[in-house]
Design a protein around this ligand. Structure first.
Ligand SMILES: CC(C)(COP(=O)(O)OP(=O)(O)OC[C@H]1O[C@@H](n2cnc3c(N)ncnc32)[C@H](O)[C@@H]1OP(=O)(O)O)[C@@H](O)C(=O)NCCC(=O)NCCS
Length: 161
């Protein structure tokens, strides 16, 4: 796959998530996280009207996704990931930009998320698009940090309107 950082390749396509994507999301999530979520979890979330997100495909193959929940006047990013072989090409940023447009079109005031304090790539991605750290949840991640220790969650936020 050619390197094309910060710009979406012409053959990459973005699709709104539907419940039929649950198996694809579980597969990608399982490749990207130690605490993989199963098909039923994704299916259950996507069957609720408040959940939405985007799936990105390169040459018709899924390469990453973002899953969100719309709360009263804000959007929460539940999870997002890009397959390791496809990282650092701007796909994560492009997924987030689609979430921002979605939130702006619905007059949702802000986007929030939690990220593990040891997730250098995730924090860099969110900061690159303007998210700011607004809180810390002590010991929030019990088993999934480096060396198996508990670590804090950083709460990050981006104002959209
Ligand atoms: C985090 C993740 C989604 C980033 O996806 P990506 O497609 O590689 O990100 P992009 O190519 O769009 O990069 C966007 C920005 O983040 C920065 N970035 C991404 N990964 C980085 C890393 N590991 N270290 C430092 N910076 C990084 C890029 O340099 C870029 O910044 P710039 O535009 O200012 O140059 C991907 O690494 C991933 O799926 N990780 C595992 C799952 C995860 O941690 N998800 C997020 C927490 S829920």
């Amino acid at each position: 796959m050619p390197r094309n950082k910060g710009m979406l390749l012409p053959s990459a396509d973005i699709f709104s998530l539907s419940a039929t994507d649950a198996a694809v999301l579980a597969r990608i999530h399982g490749e990207c996280f130690r605490d993989a979520w199963n098909v039923e979890s994704f299916s259950s979330m996507l069957s609720k009207g408040s959940f939405f997100g985007f799936l990105l495909k390169f040459q018709q193959k899924p390469v990453g996704f973002v899953l969100c929940n719309s709360l009263i006047d804000e959007t929460e990013i539940i999870t997002m990931c890009v397959l390791s072989a496809c990282r650092n090409k701007g796909y994560g940023k492009y997924l987030l930009k689609n979430v921002i447009v979605h939130a702006e079109q619905r007059s949702l005031k802000k986007i929030i998320l939690e990220v593990s304090e040891d997730n250098v790539g995730g924090i860099a991605l969110y900061e690159s698009i303007g998210f700011q750290k607004i809180a810390r949840r002590k010991g929030y991640y019990q088993n999934f940090c480096q060396h198996g220790n508990a670590c804090d969650a950083l709460v990050m936020s981006l104002a959209t309107i």
